[in-house]
Design a protein around this ligand. Structure first.
Ligand code: 5GP
Ligand code: ZN
Length: 111
């Protein structure tokens, strides 16, 4: 996707603070963190959002959840929150699916 900011980050055309990479995923810090730790797990294939996924994406989606837990552990988080915004009406701003993982604050606002 030519105009996709996350595809550009995946292709290393624009920089990001990368914390993990494998064949399927790139993980980097959110440019506007909402917690002490806030990273995005981004599948390297361009899928618009969860609503654009289907049965063939089951394994990738499971891996994404488990990778979040693994990286949160490695970064020393004792707990964390996750978020996947889907569609403009779901608060999505970047239309390349991504999984927010964030935590680290002493105080927690319950939502
Ligand atoms: P969404 O609302 O689509 O779920 O979240 C998009 C997220 O991507 C936002 O939290 C925003 O701060 C982050 N973001 C947008 N553009 C960039 C960028 O160029 N670099 C990085 N690292 N994060 C970005
Ligand atoms: Zn993309």
């Amino acid at each position: 996707m030519n105009n996709c900011i996350f595809c550009k980050i995946i292709n290393k055309d624009i920089p990001a603070s990368i914390i993990y990479e494998d064949q399927e995923f790139l993980v980097f810090e959110d440019i506007k963190p909402i917690d002490k730790v806030h990273f995005l797990i981004v599948p390297k294939i361009h899928i618009k959002n969860l609503m654009g996924c289907n049965d063939t994406d089951q394994i990738m989606l499971g891996k994404m959840l488990l990778l979040g837990a693994k990286l949160a552990n490695q970064l020393g988080l004792k707990g964390y929150r996750t978020m996947i915004n889907s569609g403009a009406e779901g608060g999505q701003e970047v239309f390349h699916m991504h999984f927010h993982v964030y935590g680290g604050s002493d105080t927690l606002i319950k939502i």
